[in-house]
Every structure is written in C-alpha cells, then in structure tokens.
Design a protein around this ligand. Structure first.
Ligand SMILES: [Fe+2]
Length: 135
C-alpha cells in the first residue's frame, strides 16, 4: 500500500501544479518503499534531497502563478511556504547528521505536511487561478 494515495480530491484545478503535487507524492511514496526495503542511507539521502529540491521549485512556481494573478493572499502563502521549507529542511538535516532515522514517524510527518499544504493552502487558490483563465 502506498503511503499517500493520490485522488482527485487533491486536485487544485491547475494541471501543472497538480503534476508537481503528484511528483511530491510519488517521491514520498518512494521514500516509504525505500524505508520498507531497507535501502542504503545513500539512496534514502538522494530521495530526501529530491524531495527538498522539488518542494522548493514547486513553491517558486506556485508563487509565480499567484504573483502574476495578484493573488490577495500571496504574502500569507509565501510565509507558509517559508515555514514548510524550513520544516522539511530541518528534518532532512537531522537525518543527514544521523540524529533521526527515516521511520514511519518521519514519513507520517511528511505525509501530513504535504497533505495540509495541498488541502489547506493550495485548494484556496485554485478558483482564483481558474478565474484568471489558468487551468
Ligand atoms: Fe503546492
């Protein structure tokens, strides 16, 4: 069973951003698999840095869409992105320093982290971008 099962209720109504969210979900599922099959620290480290990189470029893209359409809550969204990036970077740093293991608690944290980002923050901008003709 996958850690995070994507379904249409996670769609924000903008194709490119949905694709990026799916990529983040897929990376999390890969991390879950890597944990279950006890892959090397190196392999897991690579996946974790992928997650950080995808997250950062996703936030940049999202903010560009929102800036372009003068989204009224852009500042708020940016602040949340900053917090989320910081959280994930902190965890990855702790993993890299050997302070924590990639276990189900960490994965569960990341799953909730991503779910809340999509369902609570991103869902809100969907109709706004759609209204501006972005789908
Ligand atoms: Fe997002």
């Amino acid at each position: 069973m996958a850690l995070f099962d994507w379904n249409d209720s996670y769609s924000v109504g903008v194709q490119e951003l949905d694709q990026q969210h799916k990529k983040l979900v897929a990376t999390l599922n890969q991390l879950h698999q890597a944990m279950l099959s006890r892959q090397s620290r190196e392999a897991i480290g690579t996946l974790l840095s992928q997650l950080v990189n995808y997250t950062n470029s996703h936030f940049v893209d999202e903010e560009q869409y929102l800036a372009r359409t003068q989204y009224p809550k852009l500042a708020e969204q940016k602040k949340m992105h900053g917090n989320l990036s910081k959280q994930v970077l902190e965890f990855v740093g702790r993993y890299e320093r050997g302070e924590i293991a990639l276990d189900i608690h960490l994965l569960d944290f990341l799953r909730k982290w991503l779910m809340e980002h999509i369902l609570e923050e991103d869902k809100e901008y969907g109709p706004w971008l759609n209204k501006a003709g972005i789908r």
